[in-house]
Design a protein around this ligand. Structure first.
Ligand code: FES
Length: 78
């Protein structure tokens, strides 16, 4: 399996690439089908998608502002 990259998109979803070989499971461990032929998948992190866990673009409509910077563990506790 190729290395998988998860990218936090600016004020948007998590982009997971490549889609081939990814195992996406629901809270009960059931497989969630990934649409065929995709280079990657966008996973909602705004909570607004009606097609969860996938992003449907709602983040743009609701003005979602996501954190972008990686935060050191020691900085979180301050
Ligand atoms: S991140 Fe796109 S709809 Fe939630």
């Amino acid at each position: 399996m190729a290395d998988v990259t998860i990218e936090v998109l600016n004020n948007g979803p998590l982009w997971v690439e490549p889609a081939d070989g990814i195992k996406l499971l629901d809270h009960q461990g059931n497989a969630i089908p990934i649409p065929a032929g995709r280079k990657g998948v966008a996973l909602c992190r705004c909570g607004g998608s009606v097609n969860k866990p996938f992003c449907d673009g709602t983040h743009s409509k609701v003005g979602f502002k996501g954190a972008m910077q990686a935060v050191e563990e020691s900085e979180k506790e301050e």
